[in-house]
Design a protein around this ligand. Structure first.
Ligand SMILES: [Zn+2]
Length: 258
């Protein structure tokens, strides 16, 4: 048996959890449009299947413009309203905001502590977040949010990790799986033909980010990728995720192949 075959066998030693079997989900997004772009159709599908889904937005979105005449506070308010309109379409009822400043200077320890508290309060079986190991990703809000959320999901069950939570009445809580959207290493392909239009309509709510030709370009790109990902599975449109258990998330060399 060659080295590659041995590694492939090793990566199966920890089973990949089934995202569709989860009963509750906390979706964490760096900015107020990432959920819709990265996972909107799957989130809508899970909500329609009766799963309990909450959304946590880490930044206020105040830096998301190329127009120097738009003020940060004004943009943050606009984006929150756009996000709430999109949530109605997706079916999301629980929206929480950490309101850290948008734009690449997130304090890693602060966001990890905040996310840990939210996990301990909401007790989701699954944490969904952007993949911090996406090659060539340059936006540090995405890299730090993804890593902080994954680390928080991994450690939230340990009482000595942010023990101040316990003094505030929260208990340690162990997450069962982490699902990464915006991933280059997908292992889970969700058939989302039934909820695809909801994703498109939700993206259309984010007028401050995408309108006119830019919105059409984004939706065309997303649909082409969803169709390409669907080819092997026989589905029509697919959203792809890297789903890992806590056991994959520390000293497991073959997790990237799992
Ligand atoms: Zn973003």
């Amino acid at each position: 048996m060659g080295v590659e075959a041995v590694v492939r066998k090793s990566c199966n030693l920890i089973p990949v959890p089934d995202l569709l079997q989860t009963e509750s989900l906390l979706v964490i997004q760096p900015h107020p449009d990432d959920l819709e772009i990265g996972a909107g159709a799957t989130v809508a599908k899970l909500i329609r299947a009766g799963k309990k889904v909450s959304c946590l937005t880490v930044t206020d979105g105040a830096a998301g413009t190329y127009n120097s005449k738009v003020g940060g506070r004004e943009l943050a308010a606009t984006r929150r309203a756009e996000s709430e309109a999109a949530a109605k379409i997706i079916g999301l009822k629980t929206m929480q905001w950490l309101n850290f400043p948008d734009g690449g200077n997130l304090d890693y320890d602060e966001i990890r502590a905040s996310i840990t508290s939210v996990i301990r309060r909401l007790k989701p079986e699954t944490v969904m977040v952007c993949d911090p190991w996406l090659p060539y990703e340059v936006h540090s809000d995405h890299i730090r949010t993804g890593l902080a959320a994954a680390e928080a999901a991994f450690l939230a069950g340990m009482p000595r990790f942010y023990p101040a939570d316990l003094e505030n009445g929260l208990l340690p809580y162990a997450v069962k799986m982490v699902a990464f959207y915006y991933t280059a290493y997908p292992n889970t392909f969700i058939d989302v033909a039934d909820t695809w239009l909801l994703k498109m309509q939700a993206i259309d709510c984010h007028v401050s980010q995408f309108s006119g030709a830019k919105a059409e370009e984004l939706k065309t790109l997303l649909q082409a990728r969803a169709a390409a990902l669907a080819v092997e599975s026989g589905a029509e449109l697919v959203e792809a995720f890297k789903v890992l258990s806590p056991g994959h998330l520390h000293i497991f060399e073959d997790a990237w192949l799992s």
